[in-house]
Structure formats: structure tokens, C-alpha cells
Ligand binder design. Structure first.
Ligand SMILES: [Cu+2]
Length: 171
């Protein structure tokens, strides 16, 4: 469904699909947290009404080191809006975060932040991940409603992928 729509959008934009599909590397596709549902996953699922991001939840890419849900992308700015009615997932003192990857980029690290503080980091040492990646993240002393920023740092580019996940720890 998603691929079909995307293809239709590309044809509509006058871009030859063959060329787009043949484009290598970081420009083609990437990844996002789909469970618990991240903000962009909620956009893609229609849980929340969104713009362009709903067609490409895997595309929140920006320079490494950012702390924003949109990865600094103007066209995805609504991801930074805390008042948009994002669904909050109840979790325990730790939770499993699952990424869906549409391109398996060589990976340096995966990082998780709560309130700007790093709560977990996983070092892949440049390995290429599978199509899905799962991390068990311990929230430490944090509790209540929190916005978790999940970051996928790519090993061979200056970029990272960002996903914000709204959770209620111990809720
Ligand atoms: Cu990519």
C-alpha cells in the first residue's frame, strides 16, 4: 500500500520511478521506531493527522547530534509539536524499542535520551543491521510522561535518524 502510494506520488511529481529506485545510499530510504509507536509511526498509521511525514516515516534524517524530533527538517516540523495529541504508550521501568529499517545503513551507535539525558547507548561498531532492530532500554530514575528521543547514528555519513516516542513510565 505504502509503496504503491509513494510510486503514484513520484509519478505525479514527474519523477521517473526507475531512476528513483536505482538511487543508491542514504537518499533512498532509512528507518524509524515503529514500536512503541513513534510520532512518525503514528502519522503513518493515521493515529494523528500529519503532512508529508505520513508517506515517509523512515525519512527523519539530519546531522548527528541534534535533539529534535524532526531532525531539523522544516517539512517535518510538526514532529516537534508536543501539543499535537500524540498517543502516549504506557511502559514499565524498561521497554523494548523496535526499529523498522528500509535501508540497512552501516551503524555506529543507537542512542536513547529522556529529558535531554542519555539513558542508553548501543554500539554496533559499523555493522549493517537487519531489517528490524530491537533494544531493551532502562529508563533509570525517570518516571511519568516522557518524550524519548531515539537516535540511529550512521557509521559512514555525517547523519543520523531521529524518532520521538511518547511514553508514560510506570503508567
Ligand atoms: Cu537511508
Amino acid at each position: 500500500m505504502h509503496t504503491k502510494r509513494k510510486l503514484a506520488a513520484m509519478i505525479g511529481a514527474g519523477v521517473a520511478p526507475v531512476l528513483v529506485l536505482a538511487m543508491p545510499g542514504p537518499a533512498s530510504a532509512h528507518g524509524y521506531v515503529n514500536s512503541p509507536p513513534s510520532r512518525q509511526a503514528q502519522c503513518a498509521q493515521g493515529t494523528v493527522d500529519c503532512g508529508q511525514i505520513k508517506w515517509e516515516p523512515q525519512s527523519v534524517e539530519g546531522p548527528k547530534g541534534l535533539k529534535s524530533c524532526s531532525g531539523g527538517n522544516q517539512q517535518f516540523k510538526e514532529l516537534d509539536d508536543d501539543s499535537k495529541g500524540w498517543k502516549v504508550t504506557p511502559v514499565g521501568k524498561s521497554a523494548s524499542f523496535n526499529w523498522k529499517l528500509t535501508a540497512r545503513h552501516a551503524t555506529s551507535t543507537w542512542e536513547y535520551f529522556v529529558g535531554g539525558q542519555k539513558v542508553a547507548s548501543f554500539d554496533d561498531g559499523g555493522k549493517r543491521p537487519g531489517e528490524t532492530v530491537s533494544h531493551q532500554v532502562d529508563f533509570g530514575g525517570h518516571s511519568g510522561k516522557q518524550k524519548v528521543l531515539a537516535v540511529w547514528n550512521i557509521a559512514d555519513t555525517a547523519n543520523a535518524f531521529y524518532a520521538c516516542v511518547d511514553v508514560n513510565i510506570g503508567g
